[in-house]
Design a binder for this molecule. Structure first.
Ligand SMILES: Cc1cc2nc3c(=O)[nH]c(=O)nc-3n(C[C@H](O)[C@H](O)[C@H](O)COP(=O)(O)OP(=O)(O)OC[C@H]3O[C@@H](n4cnc5c(N)ncnc54)[C@H](O)[C@@H]3O)c2cc1C
Length: 394
């Protein structure tokens, strides 16, 4: 079973909650924690509200790109010491064929539970007041124009500035557009048979099938993460049942069937989410409301770049706030910066979901591994001058 040491709620800080802080951060995932750590280190008083009492499994492929590793390193998160599995190359499997190409940057894989645990711990260490197990129900303005968040127990928290970082979950009044394709995503873990585990070592494998795509890659502890997305209408064709969908994926993609032969599932059932507005980039926001992470932009999952965007938007929002750049200006600037890579990623996602492209792709795979390298590079959102090779165990 996948387990993680869970850190207790910081009750000492709960007793000291002030009614008004300088900054309120809603959501304690990647973006919320990253922003809170950076702001607290600059001496700002920050309260972070996270609805889960402790980190738990999240639907995510758990691939950490070079940019993500670099940002995490700057935040003081040493993924190697957390047991992250290094990833050196990507393998693309369609129908009965597969091809691989080395990644143009160092990458790693780490369970979200481990990553979120480390980020929350770092936020507490940086002096952030972390309130966990409390869900924000609504956000409004007070008469003095401060923000007021109302929590599920009816209590309120006020601050002049809010960072909205609730990830996949929309806050009432701040919803993102509907997802017309009605994507459904699943994640689970397997312990692979030894030979398959050895084959998968240091690789992230992307598999294509009608109606979606999935990825399998090693995570810490010698386990493998299987994460997949499918449009609702395709899931309906197999009776909306995970077991049927898993069998269909293996039928459509024998490479996955080979990987899972003799594998032991580690979760009783997969975790799932729906409504993923891929391609969303927030156009604008209100004064003193900085939207970050999935609340700023949602890149197609196959790129494995959502965590990097979450960290990048958090870092940029903190810089904008400290430079007294208004939130609407920040949001517009962020949109322009993200737009080219987002559109390219969407175009590539459409290609992967196109049956003709899927039929042709297997024959191109061995000819153009360079295309995979190029796509991997171009769909990165933030290009840093240096890459965090030191952050991953060789
Ligand atoms: C199928 C799939 C696979 C993916 N695979 C990858 C991958 O391999 N690599 C990668 O880089 N990215 C991947 N992503 C994207 C990545 O998971 C997200 O982009 C990233 O987690 C966004 O970070 P965030 O901080 O915005 O949201 P999250 O990390 O989801 O954090 C949001 C937090 O807000 C909390 N919250 C929500 N509502 C409230 C509320 N009302 N009150 C208080 N707290 C609240 C939640 O509990 C959560 O902890 C994948 C996404 C999907 C859907």
């Amino acid at each position: 079973m996948i387990t993680n040491k869970e850190i207790p709620v910081n009750t000492s800080s709960l007793n000291q909650i002030s009614t008004e802080d300088e900054i309120l951060i809603l959501g304690g995932g990647v973006a919320g924690c990253a922003a809170s750590i950076a702001l607290a280190r600059k001496g700002r008083s920050v309260t972070l509200i996270e609805r889960e009492p402790a980190p738990r499994h999240k639907v995510c492929g758990e691939f950490l790109s070079g940019e993500a590793l670099e940002d995490l390193h700057e935040l003081g998160i040493d993924v190697a010491s957390l047991g992250a599995a290094p990833i050196d190359y990507v393998r693309l499997a369609a129908a009965r064929r597969a091809a691989e190409a080395p990644l143009p940057f160092p990458a790693a894989s780490l369970t979200r539970k481990a990553l979120d645990t480390a980020l929350i711990a770092e936020a507490i260490a940086a002096g952030v007041r972390v309130e966990r197990g409390r869900s924000v129900q609504s956000l409004s303005r007070t008469r003095c124009n401060a923000w007021q968040a109302t929590l599920d127990d009816g209590s309120t928290r006020k601050a002049p500035t809010v960072f909205l970082a609730t990830g996949k979950h929309d806050l009432r009044g701040y919803a993102r557009p509907k997802d017309p394709d009605r994507w459904v995503a699943f994640k689970t873990y397997f312990r692979l048979a030894p030979a398959q585990s050895a084959e998968l070592e240091r690789a992230s494998e992307l598999m294509l099938y009608p109606g979606g795509y999935g990825g399998i890659q090693p995570v810490q502890g010698g386990n493998a993460n299987l994460c997949c997305v499918v449009q609702q209408r395709y899931l309906a064709r197999v009776g909306n049942r995970w077991e049927n969908f898993l069998a269909k994926m293996q039928q459509d993609c024998p490479h996955l069937a080979m990987r899972l032969a003799g594998a032991e599932p580690l979760l009783d059932k997969p975790i799932a989410i729906t409504h993923i507005p891929y391609g969303f980039i927030r156009r604008t926001t209100e004064d003193a409301l900085y939207c970050i992470g999935d609340q700023a932009a949602v890149i197609p999952s196959f790129t494995g770049d959502g965590i990097s965007i979450a960290l990048h938007t958090a870092r940029c929002a903190v810089a904008a706030y400290l430079a007294e750049e208004s939130a609407p200006l920040f949001q517009a600037r962020m949109r322009s910066a993200l737009l080219p890579q987002m559109r390219l990623a969407e175009l590539a996602a459409d290609g992967l979901n196109n049956s003709l492209a899927r039929a042709v792709l297997p024959f191109c795979l061995n000819v153009w591994p360079g295309v995979m390298r190029l796509t991997a590079r171009l769909t990165r959102v933030a290009q840093h001058a240096t890459v965090a090779a030191h952050a991953v165990a060789g």
